[in-house]
Design a protein around this ligand. Structure first.
Ligand code: BGC
Length: 438
């Protein structure tokens, strides 16, 4: 019985090559529509920044605010694609033990940015010089200039009050001023995908896609001739909102119970914020239908399986699935020695992870269809994020998916980790803008 139902789930989560190609073509069309200002699930947001030269220099502050952990870097860019991280600091925006949560609807944005500014003050040396600041802010923003970015709407289940519709650079600058840090001057607000692209392109000029496979999911690309400027410009596609992919009944359940039903449909199938929850919904359904016997009432608690534990389950090669057993016991009280049930958990996790990678890869191929349909040039896809870096098998699934779609021509495409790219990219953006002012 369990065997048969797993085969059905596998079928629902499998993305065959033909299906990836269809998704890639639909994604390409959505890009073209979004760029031309027609209705599209891709926002195609301009960034007002192009590819770096690799010669950008200076000592700058980078803020990387993309999830519940914020990082601040003091970076010395030395040109020729080189940089040093002089100091770093990272801190969570919510901490149960310390009794704070700056992501909650009960907290005003001013408090959130004061908290970040206070942490910046801890890292910037007390010298009387201007520190240009680049801010990676990994949420959809309507951009009117490189330093003018208005939050359209929170994603990743953030709810802080009074930030949507506001200018993010200004909110942070005002908070810095309140903390007596006016010599730290905001120069650029960029998306983390843009940061990832800039950081990789600083060293490798073939980079023209930047993407995040982490808590959230999104990609940007370098548009060779942007309609606003007729110049090359990085475009933040907000591809997590792409909506031309068929949902399973589990995706529908997850979406309906989420903070913003209907929004971010691709992200809800691909990103770390949601993969654990998809697995939980499937397992809870199997138990309700009597295919699984183990587990207590915690199995019905939304988000009771963090995606990192999917990685733990996938990495388990022990004959008795000791790591899977330990996750299942600690999360859902699944204690028992039923190896078939534990194996089912691991198998379901692997279906969900594989689908995530193949969907992401299909969208990148959609971008390549737009910028180089015959694949005449080499393209580097710069990736950052915990799924890519840490989930067993994930990077391999991506490369295989690209091979499946392009065959021999896939050798023109590299997919490389741009570690800490979003932070370094913010530093490059800040230096570019500050130096251009002379
Ligand atoms: C946000 C994007 C971001 C992505 C990765 C999504 O939820 O909407 O702006 O790039 O997460 O962090």
């Amino acid at each position: 019985m369990l065997h048969r139902v797993l085969a059905e789930i596998e079928q629902q989560f499998t993305v065959p090559t033909g299906c990836m190609k269809t998704i890639a073509a639909a994604f390409h069309n959505a890009m073209v529509d979004g760029l031309a200002g027609r209705a599209s699930s891709l926002k195609m947001l301009p960034s007002f920044i192009g590819r770096p030269t690799g010669q950008e220099q200076g000592k700058v502050v980078a803020v990387d605010f993309g999830g519940t952990n914020v990082r601040i870097l003091l970076v010395a860019l030395t040109g020729q694609g080189q940089f040093n991280i002089v100091a770093r600091r990272s801190f969570p925006l919510k901490d149960k033990a310390k009794n704070y949560d700056y992501t909650s609807a009960a907290v005003e944005g001013k408090k959130l940015f004061d908290f970040i500014a206070g942490n910046i003050a801890e890292i910037v040396p007390n010298e009387d010089i201007i520190y240009p600041l680049g801010h990676t802010f990994s949420f959809p923003c309507r951009q009117f200039g490189v330093n003018q970015a208005q939050l359209i709407s929170w994603t990743k289940e953030f709810k802080t009050a009074g930030v949507e519709g506001q200018d993010i650079g200004q909110l942070l600058q005002m908070a810095l001023d309140r903390k007596g840090q006016s010599r730290v001057v905001s120069q650029a607000v960029i998306n983390d995908t843009t940061g990832t692209l800039l950081a990789a392109a600083y060293r490798d000029m073939t980079t023209d896609i930047g993407t995040i496979c982490g808590t959230g999911h999104n990609s940007c690309y370098l548009e060779p001739c942007h309609p606003l400027t007729s110049q090359p410009m990085v475009v933040n596609m907000e591809s997590g909102n792409f909506d031309k992919i068929a949902q399973t009944k589990y995706d529908v359940l997850l979406d309906a119970a989420s903070e913003k039903p209907g929004a971010q449909r691709l992200e809800k199938m691909v990103s770390g914020q949601y993969l654990g929850e998809i697995v939980r919904i499937i397992i809870s359904d199997l138990r309700d239908c009597g295919y699984l016997t183990l587990g207590d009432e915690r199995l019905s608690v939304p988000y009771s399986l963090p995606t990192e534990e999917i990685s733990v389950m996938l990495a388990d090669t022990t004959p008795n699935l000791a790591a899977v057993a330990s996750v299942a016991a600690s999360r859902w009280g699944m204690v028992g020695r039923d190896i078939a049930e534990l194996a089912a958990l691991q198998t379901i996790a692997s279906f969900v992870a594989l689908r995530s990678a193949r969907l992401a890869a299909a969208t990148w191929v959609g971008v390549l269809l737009k910028i180089d349909p015959e694949l005449d040039r080499c393209h580097n896809i710069a990736v950052d994020g915990s799924l890519y870096e840490k989930m067993p098998g994930y990077a391999g699934h991506l490369s295989r998916a690209i091979k499946d779609m392009f065959g021999a021509k896939a050798s023109q495409v590299t997919v490389r980790l741009s570690k800490d790219g979003s932070g370094i990219g913010a530093a490059i953006a800040a230096a570019t803008v500050y130096n251009a002012k002379g």
